[in-house]
Design a protein around this ligand. Structure first.
Ligand code: F6R
Length: 367
């Protein structure tokens, strides 16, 4: 049932071209120039009149929510707040009827996310679910929703569910941007045809990055710590990369917005500190290059995720991992792939139980 792969996690990483395509199927209609999502369309008024969108989630799903903050604010110009469900529910949050609260949850059973949503519902907000498991508790209490069609995710570390969430969130942001007049038809069409090509680009990323990633995993597997840095759309990618590494390899890792380095974490940098930097061409590239220079000046070991053909970062980094070119909006989907693979191979080389890391459960039904 692992389809010839050694672990479910690896199988699920390699399934992503398909799971992303499945998530778009029937929704992204490039020829017709439409995004069809009944959950949004049937409740257009709620979305288009929303004063703000609040996203609640935990763990990896929270990181998908952070990417959505960039997507929705950028493309649809609706204010977005992203909150850990556990914090949101206990701080007497201010919620009103013109808020739309979106819960992102692979399992649809996460106790804190479910409770946060119930609270928002009681206060009159419109509640929307982005879940992978059909008929799950969250899916049942929401006013509407969109399922990710990632298929069953068995590995405890979330991989294909994350990229499916990013896919749904991209569709929602683009759709809202079109309906509220923020995206021109031309820009809308460009975004949807690019999104349609993402499964192929994910396939290409799997094929072209694995070898370099395995080399990097071998070299750094005994490091006690690692830092992950990114900016803009790929700041959440850094958080997610770090989470993946810690949960399955048990190496301490932290993700930071790259510019925050100088406010503290840079004190940690020496020749023993591996620093994974996401430095894609479209997002604040020059600034990330200068962050990389600051790290190199302190002898940190730089592993850079860059776009194909990159010249600048190559001069500074110890290792480069090339991903295909894309718009900034979709770069977190592509950047996720080598970071998932990196955590996987580090964990395998350390002999960890990749599919069932210690102390973790697939669905967290207690708070
Ligand atoms: C990380 C991971 C967890 C989950 C979190 C939320 O790889 O799997 O951080 O993302 O427990 O779970 P869901 O999405 O089911 O609500």
């Amino acid at each position: 049932e692992k389809g010839g792969f050694e672990h479910f996690m690896l199988k699920e990483i390699y399934e992503q071209p398909k799971s992303i395509r499945d998530t778009m199927r029937g929704r992204l209609l490039v020829e017709e120039g439409v995004i069809k999502m009944a959950g949004i369309w049937d409740h257009q008024e709620r979305f288009l009149n929303a004063k703000r969108i609040i996203i609640v989630a935990c763990g990896t799903s929270y990181h998908a929510g952070l990417v959505a903050e960039y997507l929705i604010e950028d493309l649809a110009r609706i204010p977005v707040e992203v909150e850990y469900a556990s914090e949101f529910r206990y701080r007497n949050p201010i919620i009103n009827k013109r808020d739309v609260v979106i819960a992102i949850s692979q399992s649809g059973e996460t106790a804190d996310t479910l409770a946060a949503l119930k609270l928002a519902k009681e206060k009159g907000a419109f509640i929307y679910g982005i879940n992978n498991v059909v008929g799950s508790s969250i899916a049942r209490i929401t006013d509407a929703g969109s399922y990710t069609h990632a298929g069953p995710e068995i590995g405890v570390a979330s991989t294909k569910a994350f990229t499916a969430q990013l896919t749904i969130l991209s569709l929602i942001a683009i759709k809202l941007g079109k309906h509220n007049g923020n995206l021109s038809t031309e820009r809308f069409n460009a975004l949807i045809s690019e999104l349609d090509s993402i499964p192929e680009l994910v396939q290409e990323t799997l094929e072209t990055t694995a070898e370099q990633v395995i080399e990097v995993a071998e070299k750094y597997k005994d490091a006690p710590n690692a830092l992950y840095l990114g900016r803009g759309y790929n700041f959440p990618s850094a958080l997610e990369g770090a989470l993946k590494l810690k949960e399955i390899s048990y190496i301490h890792a932290e993700g930071y917005p790259a510019a925050e380095m100088k406010h503290g974490p840079i004190a940690l940098i020496d020749e023993n500190m591996p620093v994974v930097i996401i430095a894609t061409k479209t997002g604040h590239y020059e600034k990330v290059v200068s962050n990389a220079q600051e790290i190199k000046a302190r002898k940190g070991q730089i592993i850079a995720v860059v776009n194909k053909g990159d010249q600048e970062v190559r001069k500074i980094a110890d290792h480069v991992i090339e991903i295909p070119n894309s718009s900034e909006e979709f770069s977190p989907i592509l950047a996720a792939i080598p970071l998932q693979l990196l955590s996987y191979y580090v964990a395998v080389k350390l002999g960890r139980n990749v599919d069932q890391p210690r102390n973790l459960a697939k669905s967290v039904t207690v708070e």
